[in-house]
Design a protein around this ligand. Structure first.
Ligand code: AMP
Length: 306
């Protein structure tokens, strides 16, 4: 029974080297699946599918386990862990990728542990779209499938990505990626074009301007929390997705009203993550802080009728 409550994720587990206007971090724990899993772990059990190299320290695996993340699907392969190097300018909205080394991901072909195949809520985190499809095909009866991707795959593997898009319910991307994927500048038109590729629900993240949720019936706008200090935006997107999907996995209600709450939960988790480098803020985050910030989000846009 507990296994069914878990949330399945595939994505990168990485060492990141990041430079922001406020400092830098070298070879710190990162990766799309890592940020996602830890954010989601505040709401649900998570089953992780990814690969690391011989250089990945045991203490990081122990950290994931301490967050109730199942690492049975985290393979250790010969070679080096995935590495990403990025830089943020004063605008902080979009990372400039300086280097991407797929390393062990180049020869990774995920094989799901038996218990994972029964999971029905799936997040295909930012990784090669071929691998995203490979994971999904091994899931017996997926009920809700969400996908994240980035410019690296939109320009490098567009055909494969479009194939994967045809299999998912929700796509979570940023505004630049939505424009790149659809070829449309206007986000409403971009959303219509992307929804026609498969996903019924589209979430467009707009950094410090919040996020838009397009369903078949309506559009909802979630603000971003006006933080006094943003330290490092790395992982904001994955933490957002982790909060969003974690909340949906916990509540298991897949309607517009609950999607709206989930998108706020995603924004809450992203807002904490950017307050420190790597996963450091999550390491000291308390449930009571999450609840308090959720309320603060409500107050941010609440006003009385005329
Ligand atoms: P975001 O949440 O969008 O800021 O994603 C940040 C994470 O994405 C970093 O921790 C990177 O390790 C990871 N990442 C960057 N490029 C790629 C890529 N091409 N494939 C998979 N993961 C990536």
């Amino acid at each position: 029974m507990f296994a069914l409550m878990s949330l399945l994720v595939v994505g990168s587990v990485a060492f990141d080297s990041v430079k922001t206007p406020f400092g830098q971090a070298k070879e710190v724990l990162g990766g799309s699946a890592t940020y996602f899993s830890v954010a989601a772990s505040f709401f649900t059990k998570v089953s992780l599918v990814a690969v690391v190299g011989e250089d990945f320290p045991e203490k990081d695996i122990q950290f994931l386990k301490s967050r109730k993340i199942d690492t049975a699907g985290l393979e250790r392969a010969k070679g080096e862990t995935f590495r990403w190097k990025g830089e943020y300018g004063f605008q902080l909205n979009e990372a400039k990728t300086l280097d991407t080394r797929l390393n062990v991901f180049q020869n990774f072909w995920p094989k799901l542990p038996e218990a994972y195949k029964k999971l029905d809520i799936v997040f295909l985190g930012n990784i090669d779209p071929d691998l995203q499809r490979e994971v999904l095909q091994q899931v017996t009866k997926p009920k809700l499938v969400a996908l994240d991707t980035m410019n690296f795959w939109i320009s490098g593997k567009k055909d494969s990505l479009i194939k994967t898009l045809g299999l998912v319910d929700i796509l979570i991307i940023n505004d630049g990626e939505a424009r790149q994927l659809s070829g449309e500048h206007n986000l409403v038109q971009a959303a219509q074009k992307i929804q026609s590729m498969g996903p019924k629900i589209l979430i467009i993240k707009r950094g410090e301007y919040g996020a838009l949720l397009f369903s078949r019936k309506s559009v909802f706008h979630a603000p971003a929390y006006p933080l006094e200090k943003v330290f490092d935006p790395t992982g904001a997107g994955d933490s957002f997705a982790g909060g969003f999907m974690g909340y949906l996995a916990k509540t298991r209600k897949f309607d517009d009203a609950n999607f709206r709450k989930a998108i706020i939960m995603g924004s809450v988790l992203a807002s904490f993550n950017v307050e420190d480098f790597s996963l450091n803020r999550f390491k000291r985050l308390k449930n009571s802080e999450i609840t308090a910030r959720f309320k603060a989000f409500k107050n941010l846009t609440h006003f009385e009728n005329l």
